[in-house]
Write a protein that binds this ligand. Structure first.
Ligand code: C5P
Length: 220
C-alpha cells in the first residue's frame, strides 16, 4: 500500500504539494490539519472553550466529522454541513494550535487518520504524520521554507481571495503557530529521523512535486 507522510510548518505548501502528489499517484489525499480545524470551528460555534480538553473531547465524540474528495478537492463535513471554507477563517487559524495541543483531541483524530490509511492508499499531510500517525510510511517528507517566504505565499494567497492583511502581523502569527506546534508535549512538529528534508524556498510547486514523486519511485 502507498503511504506517504508530508509534514512541516505552517505555510510551507504542504497541502498544495500533497494534493498534487496524490493526484499524480492516483491515491487519496488526506489533509489532517482540516480535522483539527473542524474541531476548533465546532468548539467556537458551540461556545466550548479551546482550553477545555475534556469538553473538546466530548464534542469530538458527539460530532460526525467526515472528509470527502470531490473533483480532487478534499471537502470537510461536520454533522452533514460543508465547513470546507469556514475552517480557514482567521479565528479558527488563531485557535487551532491550542485545540491541537490536547492529548485527548489528538488521540481520537489520530485513530481516525490511521483507520483511513489502513484501508486506502494515501498521501497524508500534517505535523506528526511521519513521527506519530504513520511511523511506517514508506516515504516521509519534511517540507519547509524560510518564514519570510511562507508569510509571502500566505499573503499572496489571501490577496487573491480579496482579503487584505498586514504582512508583519501574518509573519508574527505564523511564527507563533509554529512555536506552539513545536513546543507542545504531545506529538510536536518535528522532522522524523528518516524523513527527507525538502526546502521549497525558491522552488516552484511543480519542482517540489516532481522531486517527491521521484523520491517515491526510488522507494518502490
Ligand atoms: O495544516 P494546517 O495549517 O491547516 O493545520 C492547522 C493546525 O492543526 C496546525 O497549526 C497544528 O496546530 C494542527 N495540526 C496538528 N497535527 C496535524 C495537523 C495539524 O497538530 N497532523
Amino acid at each position: 500500500m502507498v503511504k506517504i507522510a508530508i509534514d512541516g510548518p505552517a505555510g510551507a505548501g504542504k497541502s498544495t504539494v500533497a494534493q498534487l502528489v496524490a493526484k499524480r499517484l492516483c491515491v487519496l489525499y488526506v489533509d489532517t490539519g482540516a480535522m483539527y480545524r473542524a474541531v476548533t470551528l465546532t468548539a467556537l460555534k458551540q461556545g466550548c472553550s479551546v482550553e477545555d480538553e475534556h469538553g473538546l473531547r466530548e464534542l469530538l465524540d458527539k460530532m460526525n466529522l467526515t472528509l470527502e474528495t470531490k473533483k480532487g478537492i478534499q471537502r470537510v463535513y461536520v454533522d452533514g454541513e460543508d465547513v470546507t471554507e469556514a475552517i480557514r477563517s482567521p479565528e479558527v487559524t488563531r485557535c487551532v494550535s491550542t485545540v491541537a495541543a490536547h492529548p485527548l483531541v489528538r488521540e481520537k483524530l489520530v485513530e481516525m487518520q490511521r483507520k483511513m490509511a489502513s484501508t486506502q492508499d494515501v498521501v497524508m499531510d500534517g505535523r506528526d504524520i511521519g513521527t506519530a500517525v504513520l511511523p511506517d510510511a514508506e516515504l516521509k517528507i519534511f517540507l519547509t521554507a524560510s518564514i519570510e517566504e511562507r508569510a509571502r505565499r500566505r499573503f499572496q494567497e489571501l490577496e487573491q481571495k480579496g482579503i487584505t492583511v498586514d504582512y508583519s502581523q501574518l509573519l508574527h502569527d505564523i511564527a507563533e503557530r509554529d512555536r506552539k506546534d513545536s513546543e507542545r508535549r504531545t506529538a510536536p512538529l518535528k522532522k522524523a529521523k528518516d524523513a527527507v528534508l525538502v526546502d521549497t524556498t525558491g522552488l516552484t510547486i511543480e519542482q517540489v512535486v516532481d522531486r517527491i514523486v521521484e523520491l517515491h519511485r526510488e522507494k518502490v
